[in-house]
Design a binder for this molecule. Structure first.
Ligand SMILES: [Zn+2]
Ligand SMILES: [Zn+2]
Length: 247
């Protein structure tokens, strides 16, 4: 009896079930601590583009040490750096699929919280720029997940309240082909001239926001367009980074 009352009270306080294992989460987010602890963090990555690197013996390395992947050494990208704190493995793929394609929007605050808790070293920003979808794709999906994420980050984090969500600043000029299955060079070609910036960005500090970063080709193309419009420092904020091919 007492247990039942206690259970009902707890259900009222913590009504969520875990989106991964389906058990009661026991917290005010739909993810239990046990599942969260199993989600792989993108610790050992390129400090510029957040590409996961092969494990190295850097246990004693300073947290501000610079580690660059081959690609960033050869040709530094147009953005200052990517903050992608989680690895895109089965856990994140499941959460993002439900959020994006099944429109389970109760997951939005959880995803923003997962980003914020890991991304302590983000730079100051003036504008949050969601990666735009072409209008046709947005119309089919009904929403732009990057824009939803921008708004939630701003709502969840007091430090970001002064930022503007610039959801109309950039337009996707043409419907680029779906990029899955393309290599980095094909993606870059597919995206050439894909973005147009509709206003000046004079020295503004910008965070490009997206859900998952794969090769970084989309973020690079967008960063180049924003730089050409006068943007200052550009960071890329995304939830998760896919592993490098072969890692
Ligand atoms: Zn769970
Ligand atoms: Zn890199």
């Amino acid at each position: 009896m007492v247990n039942n009352i206690g259970r009902r009270l707890l259900d009222g306080l913590f009504p969520h079930h875990c989106a991964l294992c389906g058990l009661r989460s026991g917290r005010d987010v739909p993810l239990c601590l046990a599942c969260e602890r199993e989600m792989p963090v993108n610790h050992h990555c390129c400090t510029r583009c957040a590409l996961p690197l092969a494990p190295g013996n850097d246990a004693a390395a300073s947290p501000v040490e610079v580690r660059l992947c081959g690609q960033c050494l050869q040709a530094p990208p147009a953005f200052e750096r990517v903050i992608a704190p989680w690895l895109y493995g089965e856990y994140f793929a499941h959460l993002i699929h439900r959020w994006k394609y099944h429109r389970e929007q109760y997951l939005t605050p959880l995803l923003a919280a997962l980003w914020l808790q890991q991304a302590q070293r983000r730079g100051p920003v003036d504008l949050l720029v969601p990666v735009p979808l072409h209008w046709r794709r947005r119309w089919r999906r009904g929403f732009n997940q990057s824009e939803v994420l921008c708004r939630q980050l701003r709502a969840s984090c007091p430090e970001l309240r002064a930022c503007r969500v610039a959801h109309r600043l950039v337009a996707r000029r043409r419907a680029t082909a779906a990029q899955s299955g393309m290599n980095a060079r094909q993606r870059a070609g597919n995206l050439r001239g894909a973005f147009t910036v509709s206003g000046p960005c004079d020295n503004l500090r910008i965070a490009i926001v997206d859900d998952v970063l794969t090769t970084g080709a989309t973020a690079s193309a967008l960063a180049r367009a924003l730089s050409a419009a006068g943007a200052g420092r550009i960071e890329v904020w995304c939830l998760a980074r896919t592993p490098a091919p072969g890692v």
